[in-house]
Write a protein that binds this ligand. Sequence first.
Ligand code: ADP
Ligand code: MG
Ligand code: ZN
Length: 613
Amino acid sequence: MNNKRPQNIKIPWFFIILLAGMIILLLVPFRVMSERLTANELRQVLDRPEEISQAAIELSQEGMAAELILELSDGRSVKATVPDAMEVMDRLDQTGVDYMISGMAETSFFDSFPMVLMAIITFFFIFMLMGARSGAGGMNQRMANFGKSRARLSTEGNVKFSDVAGMEEEKKELKEVVEFLRHPLRFSTMGARIPKGIILVGSPGTGKTLLAKAVAGEAGVPFYSISGSDFVEMYVGVGAARVRDLFEEAKRTSPCIVFIDEIDAVARRRGTGLGGSHDEREQTLNQLLVEMDGFAQNQGIIVMAATNRVDILDPAIMRPGRFDRKVTVGRPDVRARKQILELHARNKRLSEDVDLERLSRTTAGFTGADLENLLNEAAIEATIDGREAISSNDIEEAFIKTGIGTEKRSRVISERDRRITAYHETGHAILFHELEDVGPVHIISIIPTGEGAAGYTMPVPEKDDMHVTRTQLIHMMMAALGGRIAEELVFNDITTGASQDIKQVTKIARAMVMQYGMSDKVGMINYEENGDDVFLGYDIAHNKTYSDKMLSIIDDEVRSLVDSCYADAKAIIIRHRDVLEKSCALLMEKEKLTGEEFDALFISACSGENASE
Ligand code: ADP
Ligand code: MG
Ligand code: ZN
């Protein structure tokens, strides 16, 4: 069948109107006036015949049953199905109520309208499902229009990189993509391999959508955006049809950007998640992968996707030729926050007493969206109060008024907490720097992550070594202990901030003793029961597979392993106490240090020592 798809069939609209109509019908019955009575109510009505002003009996075609319709003196109209028409007639005769008798009314249009609608809709769905499932074919083509992608072609605003404050790293990574979209041919003749898919990872409100739009805006190409959750419909096949359609459209207008927001909604690791539209998601994901594999690199389509949960994504989508590039969009550091505030203050009138610099310093952990929202609320506040410009008081109010107020104000971190975090993270970093088998440091940050961590220290990703050595494991444990050690050294006290670290250390130590045969006393016996995430002590205790004696030996071994790591790590940090102080001071100022900035501290520390000697 060769049929160009008619472009403008508005089936979805038609459908939506039908559906709305049906809902209205169901909620507001057409014959409001005929309220159906229960047997009991009917009896009551018949007991007071003086209140009946009119009556009609509709006899059914066969049998004794009939519809009794009564108009009451208070204007109400009621009806009931009575089992025996004769009996009712007798009754009415006795009470002297006059009535009309008719055959069962021919079903009026209004009576059957909901039924007809229901039938149409059911029919429609059956069509649609068949269409979506059967792959190709004319019917499918037409029906797939229902699954027409909801992608919105956005030309709105034409966002540029200059509208995205901060994010220097991220923009740098994406410049290349912009270049490619501008001159796809140039790249393909050169044989350069350009990523097809880029995944933006970051908390909500960090500016992922904005950034993707800016890439399109900079390159001057169309920007199609759709949300993963739009794909996931109740009906199997619709999502896949939408994906197909989206890419068809994209191919027609390439070069362009296809942006899939909340990709985790479709691309969750297969076999996880709870029931529901399970099949549907899988089909949609498969279709997405097929499409991405299908178009050639030089076709000029770049798929960008956003998520805040990269850990739950199906590994299949990260394979080469798919979303093989990952750009992490972090929460803004103090400088970036100032830039964001300045950017959003551009079109607002601020009074003299507003100090954006100070505001940026007290909003660690806020995302770009939080900051934008804050200023906006302040502007509303000022307007309501009829002020000329936004005062610092308005901003204070905005803190309280917005969601940011109640829930995140607590996130406005005290100076003391920031210091603790700075020392803690530097503790990790020093060990990453000093130990050979881990690190080096990539980034140290004391910007709260929003997922509960007060900061983080990120080593450069390690090579995928096939074998992890004992030394490596020891070094990993030492680095993890660094945070706690630094706190202890500086404050002479410890905080609860190291619980994740301790968990990790415990996990490694246990694995070394119980799985990897790295303890002499325990030997090469596997004591692991069910995968490594089970709380082993519990498991073992309940299975009684091992003797209590063995258990206590295991405990001792784990313990002594951790203790010795602790001692060694502490010695290293003590040796670099000066770095600890300097790094902490720098972090307090900048919130975020790159690996180079951190390494430089060691050099200056060394030369400092030399000079003093
Ligand atoms: P995400 O997609 O990561 O949830 P958005 O891109 O939708 O976040 O950002 C929401 C809003 O927050 C943007 O429209 C913008 O006003 C503001 N915003 C976020 N990050 C920035 C930034 N770096 N510079 C300027 N504005 C930002
Ligand atoms: Mg978004
Ligand atoms: Zn830590």
